[in-house]
Design a protein around this ligand. Structure first.
Ligand code: OGA
Ligand code: MN
Length: 282
């Protein structure tokens, strides 16, 4: 088995290449890729052209799938493959996808360990916009001064679906908005997650609504500052998709967001989610 990894930036991202495509679908490769995801945060497999079956098999080999978002689409795809698209023929409820335009981590408001990784296959790209950006919240923590680290270590934040929908409030039809904010999912996480592997990562992004035991506005201002810090060029990369590209990222150590694109572009990503095994509350 030969897989090759080339750094994109010192603190985040690797491009992956392979001698033989079949070598990827082995337990040995899945184990190595999992380790590399933890080490490099984002792995880009250019033009891998995975089928859904291959993507699901790879997800399972890497630790197992989890269904993160209920199925809305009218197309025939496996229920564990979420179609990320604004195409109205396929997605009659675009609010979640519009929410991806803002820095976030997947699955934070859900009462389960945060999903370990998210995987996207580009099925159709947009001529304009539609890139995806990733920001390492591990590098962000490490880059803070000791004094700044002391100030935030030990804080807890409440994450909710409602918070992540705030930028959409007056921009989508009222009925749609009422429906999403009616989702009560809310979960408390540490702002600084002390990981079993000895690292610390920040759990921040659009789902983070407030800091426990801090005036709400002060807490939000702090969360915004941390988000801006993590998004700086040293800690972040932007992927400009080509059809067939496959990207895996460590959802427990990075925020991500999509650059806006037109619904008419037909942009389509097939997403699978790798189950999380480490609870944040221990
Ligand atoms: C997601 C997501 C980003 C993108 O599906 O969770 O954030 O670029 N997608 O489509
Ligand atoms: Mn997402």
């Amino acid at each position: 088995m030969a897989l090759h990894f080339e750094d994109i930036k010192p603190k985040i991202g690797s491009h992956v290449s392979w001698d033989d495509r079949d070598d990827l679908f082995t337990h040995e490769a899945a184990k190595l890729v999992r380790e590399k995801v933890e080490e490099r945060t984002v792995l880009v497999f250019p033009k891998l052209n995975l089928t859904d079956e291959e993507q699901l098999a790879f997800t399972d080999m890497m630790g197992g799938r989890v269904k993160l978002t209920g199925q809305f689409n009218k197309q025939e795809v496996d229920e564990n493959v979420y179609q990320v698209t604004l195409d109205k023929k396929i997605n009659p409820q675009p609010e979640y996808v519009l929410g991806t335009y803002f820095w976030h981590m997947d699955g934070m408001p859900i009462d389960a360990p945060p999903p370990f990784a998210t995987m996207l296959s580009a099925r159709k790209v947009s001529a304009k916009g539609g890139q995806t950006e990733f920001a390492s919240t591990w590098a962000a923590w490490e880059g803070l001064s000791e004094e700044e680290q002391r100030e935030i270590d030990g804080l807890r934040a409440v994450h909710s679906v409602k918070a992540s929908m705030i930028p959409l409030t007056d921009a989508i039809p009222a009925e749609q908005y009422q429906k999403v904010i009616g989702i009560q999912a809310e979960k408390e996480h540490p702002v600084v997650w002390h990981r079993a592997n000895g690292r610390k990562t920040l759990l921040i992004g659009s789902t983070a609504d407030r800091i426990v035991d801090m005036p709400t506005v002060d807490g939000r201002a702090l969360l915004w500052r941390l988000t801006e810090w993590a998004a700086q060029p040293n800690f972040s990369i932007r992927h400009d998709w080509e059809e067939g590209d496959f990207v895996i990222w460590d959802n427990t150590a990075a925020m991500h967001r999509a650059i806006p694109y037109d619904a008419e572009s037909g942009r389509m990503m097939h997403r699978t989610t790798l189950v999380g095994t480490e609870a944040t509350n221990s």
